[in-house]
Design a protein around this ligand. Structure first.
Ligand SMILES: C[S@@+](CC[C@H](N)C(=O)[O-])C[C@H]1O[C@@H](n2cnc3c(N)ncnc32)[C@H](O)[C@@H]1O
Length: 383
């Protein structure tokens, strides 16, 4: 692997600092802007190169020692060499640089920076258990006992003991990945721990009793879930008729039921839809309907025009052309959009602005402290 000495210029998305060398943009992990560092190049494309800091010759005044012995090896975190207050500023700056009209106006919401994950997927290879090293299928040792992002109850000393203590039939209780071994997927369920690819999870939030099916999606930051839902509730008008896209097991619409008179939820994971129907009944919302549909195919039917408020919470790929185009026919008055990917959010907001929507609220929820990820919640109004 080639080595270089290089001066780091500025933060860019993805947890990288940008630098330039010989006409190449170099994206570097483990550095801070202004630092002079030695790096090892990990990937050399035609234009873009990638590297990781191996030693710091001129450190930034913001640099702190990382509190994780395998930082940058496991690839889960990007900002452990920076104080958390600085990480929040950096995330806000990166977000606002994508939405310049919002400079200085973003609501930034954060919680405890450790133990926030309510789920984890441990990889198992032979006798080893933990996270894979970045871009490999090698376990990084001790990750399953020391990861600071994961709730302590989900840390596992070794897979054999875990499986003997927690399951009757070990063979049936690990997810076999044909090429690379197995994985164990754990999630907090009320007071116990479940293997969430095999069992349902029970969650109580904002006075709402929810069940999530095996393999069903659920938000992972246990400390910010309620705050996020409350913020969404504050953005929702009274007596709303809501179309909820990418609704999962119904979490958002059901938790916000006090302000909703009727709701139509759509999602592609059929088990999640079956659970949403049950979750709605369990919480006394009888006017809710749910259907299974692939939202990346086709347009939304014109019958949905009666729902003036849309709540959308897509995966990282964001909204589809079909959904954006449907807004011109269905003309929702308000769209509340929660996104885990600012790049696709930026793309979608440009398209939605072009058809008459304008953003009147933007909040950054730091759902994923110490990593380069975060959630963005916006409200758009028509006209
Ligand atoms: C970020 S999650 C949001 C779930 C839910 N709003 C919640 O808070 O629990 C995105 C959801 O989109 C669903 N999804 C993924 N691809 C989809 C598609 N092509 N069509 C419809 N739903 C899809 C996933 O199953 C997942 O439940």
């Amino acid at each position: 692997m080639e080595k270089l000495q290089i001066k780091l210029e500025k933060w860019v998305n993805g947890g990288y600092c940008l630098a330039h060398h010989d006409g190449h943009a170099v994206f570097i992990e483990g550095g801070l802007p202004g630092e002079l560092v030695d790096i090892t190049l990990t990937k050399q494309g035609k234009k873009e190169w990638f590297g990781v800091v191996t030693s710091v010759l001129e450190p930034s005044k913001f640099r702190i020692p990382s509190d994780c012995p395998v930082y940058l090896e496991c690839g889960g975190c990007s900002y452990r060499h920076l104080p958390y207050e600085e990480e929040l500023k950096l995330k806000t700056n990166l977000l606002e640089s994508m939405f310049p009209k919002w400079k200085g106006k973003t609501d930034v919401i954060f919680g405890p920076m450790e133990g926030y994950r309510n789920n984890v997927q441990w990889q198992v290879v032979g006798n080893e258990i933990g996270f894979f090293e970045k871009n490999t299928h090698q376990i990084v040792s001790k990750t399953s006992t020391l990861c600071k992002n994961v709730d302590k109850r989900l840390l596992v000393e070794d897979s054999k003991t875990f499986l003997t203590q927690n399951t009757k039939h070990q063979k049936n209780h690990t997810n076999h990945n044909q090429k690379f071994g197995r994985s164990i997927s754990l999630r907090l369920s009320k007071e116990k721990i479940v293997q969430y690819d095999l069992e349902e999870t029970e969650i109580e939030v904002l006075g709402t009793q929810l069940k999530v099916p095996a393999k069903g999606f659920f938000q992972i930051n246990q400390f910010l879930l309620e705050t996020w839902l409350k913020k969404m509730k504050s953005l929702l008008p009274e007596s709303s008729k809501v179309l909820e896209l990418f609704c999962g097991c119904g979490t958002i619409g059901i938790a916000l039921r006090e302000k909703i008179t009727s709701l139509y939820g759509i999602e592609s994971h059929d088990n999640s839809i079956q659970y949403a129907i049950e979750n709605a009944k369990r919480n006394g919302t009888n006017s809710y309907q749910y259907v299974t549909k692939d939202l990346y195919k086709g347009y939304l039917p014109k019958e949905l025009k009666q729902y003036a408020i849309w709540i959308v919470n897509p995966p990282r790929s964001g909204l589809s052309k079909g959904i954006i185009d449907s807004t011109t026919k269905l003309k929702p008055k308000i769209m509340i959009y929660s996104s885990c990917n600012p790049s696709t959010l930026q793309r979608d907001l440009r398209l939605l602005e072009a058809v008459g929507y304008r953003m009147d609220s933007m909040s950054l929820f730091d759902f994923f402290p110490r990593t380069n990820h975060y959630e963005v919640l916006v409200r758009l109004k028509r006209g």
